[in-house]
Design a binder for this molecule. Structure first.
Ligand SMILES: [Zn+2]
Length: 449
């Protein structure tokens, strides 16, 4: 396959979804100032931007000072510029990515807190995109969410406006999922987070994005991954983990290898659909703590709900240039089958109706920044479970990117006749006894009495 054929296939889901791709002739310069580049938050922003933009266009260049990666990140001690460049080459081996200074005609994505022109600045939970100095105080929290979402949101802006980004400023915080920024003292993450019992069903674009951002924190992770699919070229534009050399390999194995290289060691993989593995049905009480349910295959939600799941957190990409985070607290919130009834599968899956109509079968199609956003939103929610006062938002939050970024929240609704109306609450309570977040169910049940 030559470069042109490869690129056409790689971008095919963007074309199905939005009938466009980024102009491959327009150079994008990812430029980061020395202060931001020497910090955890700035390095997360740069590496996320390198991964995302290199999956959208071959014309990406780096202007990165000679600085080493901070000890808190997986690539500690390596040169930041080299890590960003390797990240891009992993995504697209055909492109001629390079390091150089700014040139006339560049579309420069300026990462940092100070400049006369438009900047992209994320730190802690906060996000600022706009002109002039950033109103955000730098946080020393090892929280990748604000930095990652700041570049993801700007990528959506650039894509929607086809490089003619209007002079509009945005200030968001990802803790309350509202406009406006927070003091750095709010929502500080604990130093050592225990993520040793997270199971992920579906290691596609959203699942791998969620795991990628979690792996950038200081958490101790232990993971069990379920997915029956193999990596295809059409998957390369929307996952921060999949690379051109991974084609034809099981997604779970590629994900486990990528995480292993990020320093996450305790990973089990199941190369099967959930219904083909008895691991979930036969699991012990209290296992896992959190289920990231990021699969779309038929009936997966009813299999999960029939097996009395623990706290579920995941992200989805919607039909209207939208990414969302969804949370189901057991015994309290409407379940995932309330939202995704099986008989209505193709309407609710993360695909466009256009894509389905063309093929006559379900094809997952989303834009690269939407899948990254959905993963980052799910990761942010999982991080928040470690803060007192959790939860901070409704059980469904949205990032809308059509026309420019907007945040919103909308509670899930119960569905009459759903499986969750007839299953045993006593059995469900027993099944999740011993899981880390059972108090969340018990507290809210008491509160609702
Ligand atoms: Zn339900």
């Amino acid at each position: 396959m030559n470069e042109q054929e490869w690129r056409k296939l790689r971008n095919s889901r963007s074309m199905l979804y939005a009938e466009r791709e980024l102009d491959p002739e327009q150079p994008i310069l990812l430029s980061i100032d020395k202060d931001y580049a020497s910090r955890y938050d700035g390095q997360v922003a740069l590496i996320t931007a390198a991964s995302l933009f290199s999956r959208m266009t071959p014309s990406v260049f780096l202007e990165v000072p000679a600085i080493k990666v901070v000890p808190e990140l997986p690539w500690r001690g390596l040169r930041l510029r080299d890590v960003a460049m390797e990240t891009m080459k992993h995504a697209d081996p055909y492109a001629h990515f390079d390091c150089r200074d700014e040139r006339p005609g560049d579309h420069t994505v300026r990462l940092g807190a100070t400049s006369k022109s438009r900047i992209v600045h994320g730190s802690g939970w906060n996000i600022y995109i706009g002109s002039g100095d950033s109103p955000i105080s730098s946080s020393n929290d090892l929280n990748p969410i604000g930095p990652a979402l700041s570049v993801i949101i700007e990528a959506g802006n650039i894509f929607f406006h086809a490089f003619k980004v209007p002079h509009v400023s945005y200030m968001f915080n990802a803790l309350h999922w509202t406009n406006g920024i927070l003091p750095v003292s709010e929502g500080v993450l604990p130093e050592h987070i225990d993520f040793r019992k997270i199971w992920t069903v579906g290691t596609g674009s959203v699942g791998t994005s969620a795991l990628y951002f979690l792996a950038l924190t200081s958490g101790i992770m232990g993971l069990t991954l379920f997915d029956m699919d193999i990596v295809k070229i059409v998957n390369l534009d929307r996952s921060p983990m999949f690379g051109a050399l991974d084609i034809g390999k099981y997604k779970v194995k590629v994900t486990a290898t990528f995480l292993d290289n990020m320093g996450i060691k305790d990973i089990s993989v199941v190369e099967k659909a959930l219904h083909e593995s008895d691991l979930f049905g036969k699991r012990s009480h209290g296992v896992p703590d959190i289920l990231i349910s990021a699969a779309n295959e038929l009936n997966v939600r009813s299999i999960i709900e029939n097996n009395l799941p623990p706290l579920q957190i995941y992200g989805t990409t919607g039909k209207s240039w939208q990414a969302s985070m969804i949370r189901h607290v057991p015994l309290v919130d409407p379940c995932s089958c309330c939202l995704f009834p099986d008989n209505n599968h193709t309407e609710t899956a993360c695909a466009t109706s256009k894509a389905e109509a063309i093929s006559g079968e379900q094809i997952d199609a989303a834009l690269p920044f939407l899948s990254f956003a959905a993963g980052a939103m799910a990761a942010s929610e999982i991080l928040k479970t470690n803060l007192s006062g959790y939860p901070f938002t409704d059980n469904r939050t949205f990032l809308n990117t059509w026309g420019g970024p907007r945040l919103s929240q909308k509670k899930l609704s119960d569905r009459e006749g759903c499986i969750c109306k007839s299953r045993s609450k006593i059995a469900h309570r027993q099944m999740i006894t011993g899981s880390k977040h059972i108090l969340l169910s018990d507290r809210q049940l008491l509160h609702n009495r």
